[in-house]
Design a protein around this ligand. Sequence first.
Ligand code: UDP
Ligand code: MG
Length: 327
Amino acid sequence: MENKDKVIKKDKLAIVVPCYNEEEVLKIASAALREVLDDLVQKEKIAEDSFILFVNDGSKDRTWELIEEEHAAYPVQVCGLKLAGNVGHQFALTAGLITAKDMSDVTISIDADLQDDVAVIEEMIDKFHAGNDIVYGVRKERKTDTFFKRTTAQGFYKLMELMGVKTVYNHADFRLMSKRAVEQFSQYKETNLFLRGMMPLIGYQTDKVYYDRKERVAGESKYPLKKMLALAFNGISSFSIKPISMILGLGLVIIFFCILAAVYALISYFTGSVVQGWTSLILSIWFLGGVQLLAIGLVGQYIGKIYMEVKQRPRYNIEKILSGEEE
Ligand code: UDP
Ligand code: MG
């Protein structure tokens, strides 16, 4: 019975595409994604009224006009969401996902520039039907990448790991999320968004699909190095208070060294090979330095706790309850 229902009611897919000054790629992206939708509808994997949701992130060019044109030409398949100003990729994507969740059963987020392979969308849907709530698009290790790009990226993932931030290796923001996963995500009210770090907190069964990341179809990157570094710092500072603990640790280490230095200074003092006043001076410098770091680290621990508290993140996500009341 349940199976039959499933065949009749197919899942409605929403593909969410954040766009900032993407006039050069918009029509190409729209055509490519519509083709994917048509194909999946034809294979009866998604509902016929599945759609693409272009999110215009305060573009200064003709992006929004083009979205309007596409919507006029394909009223069901192409929808648009216009943000009042530029809020950045992570926020634009969040706006799109949260809007799309009320209009669909499952969402896939993808960049407008088609760097992520649209061909694996079908595999994502298959994995969704196999019971996964989140399917991460993971970029295969690319030999063609420049040495610089590869090492900086790997360094970034290693640093995140070291700082205790759980992320999916080589996954950007190309991912499938079920309606309930987006619903749970919308409970995270924090303003410092780092989606890649937040999604693994949701839980549920997840899987990955692998693809080769291509060059941009047209236009240029909207993510200069400055924005990338900001994202990386935001990722760490939004998820981890380890840097504060490190200060605390450093304070302790310095106080330990101070004890060693005290022994050394006293020996020097008694052997008489020092300038007058040096012993007390050097000891107070080390000791006070250590105490100060310790105190900063300690205060930091409390601030870190306040920081975590004010985020008001959900503390858990209940997937199922087995009880007597179940039918
Ligand atoms: N983007 C956005 N708002 C911004 C910057 C970028 O919505 O302020 C979108 C952009 O249109 C694209 C995606 O985020 O769809 C990723 O940007 P881009 O491809 O330029 O980044 P890169 O792939 O170079 O890291
Ligand atoms: Mg890109």
